[in-house]
Design a protein around this ligand. Structure first.
Ligand SMILES: Nc1nc2c(ncn2[C@@H]2O[C@H](COP(=O)(O)OP(=O)(O)OP(=O)(O)O)[C@@H](O)[C@H]2O)c(=O)[nH]1
Length: 489
């Protein structure tokens, strides 16, 4: 150790932080490890220092820097290092910095807050190992390829969100070092809930609802600021705890440690556009080894795949809703919301076939509002429309659920009545006639209807049935209106 200290004492370093207190603290903790340690309050100052003399280690403390503002300048410092030792001190709630900066140049990292003794150890290691980014070996790269493939196949036609989340957790759990994988999902009502979780080994029995003290309304959970999966879903940032105590919740850290957890990571599942993430993936790991840039890339892609999976499920639901809407619009009369003529014809054909196959009676009723032209002429077309709607509502309320009311023409309707004989059809028609006569029509007095009733003959076609019932209805008109006529055979 003494020899090591002597070696360190020959080193030079630059520490960059915009915070005076952090610069003083770092100097206290790590100053003795360097022959000369320069403190810089901005990337510009650090750049000048780097240009002035060779430096063994550049330490960038990312607390209070903003990726949106400072990324270019800090990335520029790493690029200028051209592979020479660099160490990033990254706040646990903003680990998004790591893949962003590691893309600019290789750098080791440690997560903050960090104890002075651990910080010294990390700086020593960075000096000794040359401050390289963690490197993924052959096995690690193979494992990342397998993870990508598994996550991709999890997207293969999932049944629903929960099924997708379970498959993703299963894929993540097979990644070496993962003890527990979970997915949180923000529901449309704004409730963040635990969609799925899977554990293995010491964490097989770990239940996040127990650890977090609830399984629903998790954005309001007391531990939302400390558990990486929740914090990631709330802030949209990559969150990484490489010592569980960093989040300042000792009880949470203890309960995770009891399941063998050493490192915890939360990766936001991005929204379609700007706005709150759709949820987060949570990983609990059994080691504290720094993650290689390739691991961050793979995890970011997993979260993007989760977002894509959720979007595909949304699209399925939207397509079903669109199809239902299309079916409704193409089969329904817009004014009265009963079946339109074309759909009525299809339904009648179907009922005729069914009645023939099962030898059950089928009645068809036809009715037409009496002197409807006079209503339009006297009160105006809008009142005529209200009358049509009121009559349709009044008749629909009388029918069985198996009967179908169809608007077959302007002010003419049909009722398809399965399992109904001519006698029952006549009773039904009389009920309709009476109910319409009694109904109050907003904007005008009352209306009456004339009705025809026909029962399907043994070999009769739907067309012939319609002709007969309409002829019966015409006879009811001729007979003085507001009455019922039975069709001839
Ligand atoms: N307000 C309104 N009127 C309609 C609609 N469809 C058809 N009509 C009207 O319904 C009237 C039907 O008139 P006619 O066929 O002469 O029959 P009617 O006046 O009811 O006389 P009878 O059937 O013989 O009792 C016409 O004036 C059509 O313009 C509609 O959607 N809304």
């Amino acid at each position: 150790m003494q020899q090591q200290d002597q070696q360190d004492a020959a080193r030079t370093g630059i520490y960059v932080s915009p915070m005076a207190q952090r610069r003083a603290d770092f100097f206290d903790a790590c100053g003795p490890l360097f022959a000369r340690l320069d403190l810089a309050d901005s990337p510009d100052t650090a750049a000048s220092l780097l240009a002035a003399a060779p430096t063994d280690l550049l330490v960038i403390d990312l607390e209070r820097f903003e990726p949106g503002i400072d990324l270019d300048a800090l990335g520029g410092l790493l690029a200028r290092r051209a592979g020479a030792p660099a160490l990033l001190l990254c706040p646990f709630a903003n680990a998004r910095w790591l893949p962003l900066l590691q893309a600019a140049g290789p750098a080791a990292y440690a997560i903050t807050p960090i104890e002075p003794a651990r910080l010294q150890a990390v700086v020593r290691r960075a000096l000794a190992a040359g401050g390289r980014a963690p490197v993924a070996g052959v096995d690690a790269l193979r494992a990342l390829l397998a993870l990508r493939a598994r996550v991709q196949s999890a997207l293969d036609a999932p049944d629903d969100e929960q099924n997708l989340a379970e498959r993703l957790c299963q894929a993540l759990l097979a990644w070496p070092g993962v003890l527990h994988a979970a997915m949180f999902r923000l529901r449309p009502d704004g409730d963040l809930q635990l969609e799925a979780e899977q554990g293995k080994g010491a964490a097989a029995g770990l239940r996040l609802a127990t650890v977090l003290q609830r399984g629903e309304r998790l954005l309001q959970a007391p531990l939302r600021h400390a558990f990486p999966g929740l914090l990631a879903a709330a802030t949209g940032e990559l969150v990484l705890l490489d010592t569980l105590a960093q989040a300042g919740e000792p009880a949470l850290a203890d309960s995770l440690r009891a399941h063998g957890v050493v490192q915890a990571l939360g990766m936001p599942v991005p929204a379609d556009g700007p706005g709150q993430p759709r949820g987060a993936l949570s990983l609990l790991l059994d080691h504290d080894a720094p993650l290689a840039p390739e691991a961050f890339d793979a995890l970011r892609d997993c979260a993007a795949m989760a977002a894509l999976g959720l979007r595909l499920l949304d699209m399925n639901i939207e397509s079903e809703q669109l199809l239902a809407r299309l079916t409704y619009v193409s089969t329904t009369d817009a004014l009265t919301a009963v079946a339109n003529r074309r759909h009525g014809e299809e339904l009648l054909e179907r009922e005729v076939k069914r009645a023939r196959r099962y030898r059950t009676p089928l009645a068809l009723l036809s009715f037409d509002i009496d002197r409807f032209k006079a209503i339009n002429d006297t009160y105006g077309h809008p009142v005529g429309d209200v009358a049509l709607r009121t009559v349709a509502d009044c008749v629909r309320a009388l029918l069985r659920s198996s009967d179908v009311l169809v608007r077959s023409g302007g002010e003419e309707f049909h009722v398809i009545a399965p399992h109904t004989s001519a006698i029952d059809g006549l009773k039904m028609a009389e009920k309709i006639r009476h109910a319409v006569e009694q109904a109050a029509i907003p904007g005008c007095d009352h209306v009456t209807v004339s009705l025809g009733v026909a029962q399907l003959g043994e070999q009769e076609s739907a067309d012939s049935l319609v002709q007969r019932v309409e002829a019966a209805m015409a006879r009811a008109k001729r007979a003085g209106r507001n009455c019922v006529e039975l069709a001839m055979q």
